[in-house]
Design a protein around this ligand. Structure first.
Ligand SMILES: Cc1cc2nc3c(=O)[nH]c(=O)nc-3n(C[C@H](O)[C@H](O)[C@H](O)COP(=O)(O)OP(=O)(O)OC[C@H]3O[C@@H](n4cnc5c(N)ncnc54)[C@H](O)[C@@H]3O)c2cc1C
Length: 465
């Protein structure tokens, strides 16, 4: 019996079957390999469940491979430390299941096919990601290896390719499609059973690295320090969720847009690295005694908005460029491109928080110090970058650079879409026309002042230092 809904799995190359290539029964002697990347956890992980099931069927051991990339799209010591700490927790949990974890280093497009060959792997299972870098690696793997691989969407509750077959233009159209499928996919996870691991199968790789002595790669930026207020790994993620359900969810809808109240869940770093599964979070939220409006308000963000971001990046490869903006936004931004800007700042001035606006500077400082800016402030922050740069393209480049350098949850579909929403009206509609922004939604200092205690927020952030 398949424990993973087969609709959650895509087999590559398209049209391949397990039998159609070198993975014919008995022709490859090695283990079933699960290349873990986006979903770095043991529990509640459909990709691992599938790899273990496949190994059982093929009477082979299952092993997990992790490929450390020297320089992952500008990630810094902050994000690498969080990731490696999470992997140490993964290794411990895998040991209880008698599943080895092997870490290799380099470009996955080369290292994964080489590892498959060295191991004589029977099958390859991998996580799904809509981002270009991962999809390009998949392409390299298809070209360089002769076994089919199973891509499992272990990140979304409803598999991304099933939730919608096309790019959705707003949450309004995406929500009903998602909610229609949700009852079929928002199901409990099976209990994992330790495998009987045969000693005579090779799971050694020549250039593997020991996780306990693993160092953060030398090439990365070490000036951005790890955070101390949030600890990595599934058990800390579970505690963070418990804490949110016990103390904050009731006020989530009422106070979410007030950055002085901190009612957000703080789950995004755990979700980003896959230390916790969104499906588990949704199940716990649903089972909690929280008010219906609070539960629904949170599910709207966790499920609808988050999975809408994956939808966008999956169907629009230009998600990190103004080419992804809707036509109305492209037209209006073009019409206002030569408008005089009241202020123009360089990337360095933004980075140092040296603008004329103390609220913007505080948001920037919150991100630099804490590794997580409040959601309301992220919108304000990105919109002001549009107002204070020469072009929307420059604004987008600056926002992505800063976001991905300092945010613990950076390099995520949510980040690309959040920035494209703020600067280019993605998933939004046209508003009243203004200088520079055209019809893109405007946010102001005075608007923030009406919503929350701006001075209090600035003081709160300056106390972080
Ligand atoms: C300019 C800008 C940049 C952003 N950059 C990132 C980023 O790099 N990484 C990232 O994960 N999110 C990003 N977001 C989305 C959102 O701000 C964060 O997901 C949220 O602040 C994370 O904090 P939390 O987990 O405490 O949120 P909560 O409010 O507790 O929400 C729970 C979860 O719901 C999802 N969620 C919440 N808000 C959104 C949203 N607007 N869009 C999509 N999903 C959402 C996230 O997975 C989040 O972890 C960005 C938004 C904007 C406007």
């Amino acid at each position: 019996m398949n424990r993973v809904d087969q609709r959650r799995i895509q087999l590559y190359p398209t049209g391949a079957t397990e039998k159609s290539t070198g993975a014919r029964k008995g022709s490859r002697k090695g283990p079933v390999v699960y290349w873990m990347s986006r979903d770095q956890r043991v529990e509640d992980n459909w990709a691992l469940v599938h790899a273990l099931d496949l190994a059982r069927t093929k009477k082979r051991p299952c092993m997990v491979l992790f490929c450390l990339v020297d320089w992952f799209k500008g990630a810094t010591l902050r994000q690498y430390r969080f990731m490696i700490d999470g992997l140490l927790a993964v290794e411990g949990k895998l040991r209880n299941l008698h599943v080895p974890l092997v870490v290799v280093e380099g470009d996955p497009g080369e290292v994964i096919p080489a590892s498959i060959e060295e191991l004589d792997a029977a099958s390859l299972v991998m996580d799904f990601s809509p981002l270009k870098i991962k999809r390009d690696w998949n392409q390299d793997i298809i070209e360089r290896s002769n076994i089919p691989f199973h891509e499992v969407d272990a990140h979304n509750i409803v598999p991304c390719w099933l939730a919608s077959k096309k790019q959705e233009y707003s949450a309004r159209f995406f929500r009903p499609k998602l909610f229609k499928l949700l009852p079929e996919f928002l199901t409990p996870f099976p209990q994992l059973v330790p495998q009987d691991f045969g000693d005579n199968v090779n799971v050694e790789i020549k250039h593997s690295i020991s996780l306990s002595s693993l160092e953060v790669p030398r090439l990365i930026d070490r000036d951005v320090k790890p955070v101390t207020w949030l600890e990595a790994g599934a058990s800390h993620g579970d505690r963070c969720l418990e804490n949110f359900l016990e103390n904050r969810i009731e006020n989530y809808v009422a106070l979410r847009n007030d950055p002085t109240k901190q009612v957000e869940s703080d789950l995004s770093p755990y979700l980003h690295f896959g230390h916790i599964s969104a499906q588990r979070v949704a199940l716990e939220v649903r089972a909690s005694g929280a008010r219906v409006d609070a539960r629904n308000g949170f599910i709207e963000q966790l499920v609808v908005r988050r999975e809408l971001s994956d939808n966008f990046c999956y169907y629009n490869r230009d998600y990190d460029s103004p080419r992804c903006f809707p036509n109305w936004a492209k037209t209006t931004l073009k019409a206002h491109e030569s408008d005089a800007r009241e202020y123009i700042y360089s990337l360095e001035e933004f980075e140092r928080g040296n603008t004329h606006d103390p609220l913007w500077n505080a948001a920037q400082l919150e991100m630099v110090q804490r590794g997580k800016m409040h959601n309301y402030m992220r919108m304000y922050w990105a919109k002001k970058i549009l107002e204070w740069t020469e072009t929307p393209k420059q604004a987008m480049d600056f926002a992505m650079k800063l976001n991905d350098k300092y945010e613990l949850d950076g390099r995520d579909p949510n980040g690309y879409v959040g920035i494209a929403w703020s600067i280019g009206g993605v998933h939004d509609r046209a508003w009243k026309e203004r200088p520079v922004l055209g019809k893109v939604r405007f946010m102001s200092y005075n608007g923030a002042k009406r919503k929350f205690d701006v001075e209090g927020y600035i003081k709160q952030v300056s106390d972080l230092t």
